[in-house]
Ligand binder design. Structure first.
Ligand SMILES: Cc1cc2nc3c(=O)[nH]c(=O)nc-3n(C[C@H](O)[C@H](O)[C@H](O)COP(=O)(O)O)c2cc1C
Length: 314
């Protein structure tokens, strides 16, 4: 069953696997594309440490995924706030285009120059604000976005500081623009997909649930921890960051509550999601996952998960 999203993404299903930094590599991306969704590379895909040269690994990862699938795959362009340097996103864009990537997930405030270049080559631009508002969504459309992702506070990763949940964000954004909107934040099973469609979305953007699939490079011990945890195990450690609890995260949560404005920066100094989620050092860093993690209790293959989520679209 096709709709405007599948037509734009050239996929079987209106489903995007969201970028999750170190954890979304060629194996996962290709598996999603083969299962009928859009597989999306996150920053640092395929890398194991910061000592490795990022651009070369990115190119290898793209080629590796392309060798495993003819399906649609996307690259993430993470934008800095407007007025700041966008040269890293610029380099990622140029190298990805040279390798034939034609789908870009562009995160952050819309940037005229980057949007113009994506559109000039006829590539597809999927815009995701970190703090979605109707005004910003309209601006994204003006600058040429093909699809908008409306992300709610329920999500895993860096969360919107405005605190608005998925249930209220999706219909506001869907009402503000005439291009298709994908819902993001807390979608872990078919009930979430159905709710998203009822709220006016025409597709879904799913991150956390893919962390616990057989093809995901999330450390086995971390997959187990996610499956055993519930929303009560999550701590707010910064205005825009949650983590499953461990001693270091408890300390950060305590400092954040006491007014420390640097706790997000401190999570980055600890290596972000890399130590605990990629390397399985559960005591050493953040474990970022959405507030619906009670629903993540099994480790299916990507194909099984996509089939479950997309059962209404056959
Ligand atoms: C562990 C983890 C890492 C993430 N890293 C990134 C990232 O590097 N860049 C980005 O734009 N979004 C990142 N995200 C956010 C996802 O792209 C997506 O917005 C989110 O996962 C959707 O909500 P869900 O987790 O509830 O499905 C990350 C999310 C998670 C769970």
């Amino acid at each position: 069953m096709h709709n405007r999203v599948t037509d734009i993404l050239q996929t079987k299903y209106p489903l995007i696997q969201a970028p999750m930094n170190w954890l979304t590599d060629a194996r996962l991306v290709a598996a999603v594309a083969n299962a009928g969704g859009l597989g999306t590379f996150g920053p640092n895909a395929g890398r194991d440490s910061l000592a490795q040269e990022g651009m070369q690994i990115m190119e290898k990862q793209i080629k590796l995924a392309q060798a495993q699938t003819n399906g649609s795959i996307a690259m993430t362009l993470g934008l800095n706030p407007q007025g700041e340097d966008q040269s890293y996103a610029q380099r990622v864009l140029e190298r990805s285009l040279a390798l034939g990537i034609r789908f870009f997930l562009v995160g952050g405030e819309p940037d005229e120059a980057i949007y113009r270049q994506v559109k000039a080559v006829g590539a597809i631009l999927i815009a995701r604000s970190y703090n979605p508002t109707p005004d910003e969504a309209r601006r994204q459309v003006e600058l040429g976005a093909d699809l908008i992702v409306a992300t709610g506070y329920d999500e895993g990763g860096v969360i919107p500081t405005h605190g608005n949940g998925t249930f209220t964000t999706v219909p506001r954004i869907a009402d503000a623009v005439s291009i298709p909107v994908l819902a993001a934040g807390g979608i872990n099973d078919v009930r979430g997909v159905r709710a998203a469609m009822a709220l006016g979305a025409e597709g879904v953007f799913v991150g956390s649930r893919f962390l616990v699939t057989q093809e995901a490079r999330t450390a086995p011990v971390t997959k187990q921890k996610i499956m055993k945890s519930t929303a009560e195990d999550l701590l707010l450690v910064a205005p825009n960051q949650r983590s499953l609890s461990n001693e270091r995260m408890k300390e950060l949560a305590r400092r954040f509550k006491a007014g420390d404005q640097t706790t997000f920066h401190q999570t980055r100094e600890m290596g972000g999601v890399r130590p605990a989620m990629l390397h399985g050092k559960l005591k050493e860093g953040e474990i970022s996952v959405n507030t619906g993690l009670d629903l993540i209790q099994t480790e299916p293959t990507v194909a099984e998960l996509v089939a479950e989520l997309m059962q209404d679209f056959n």
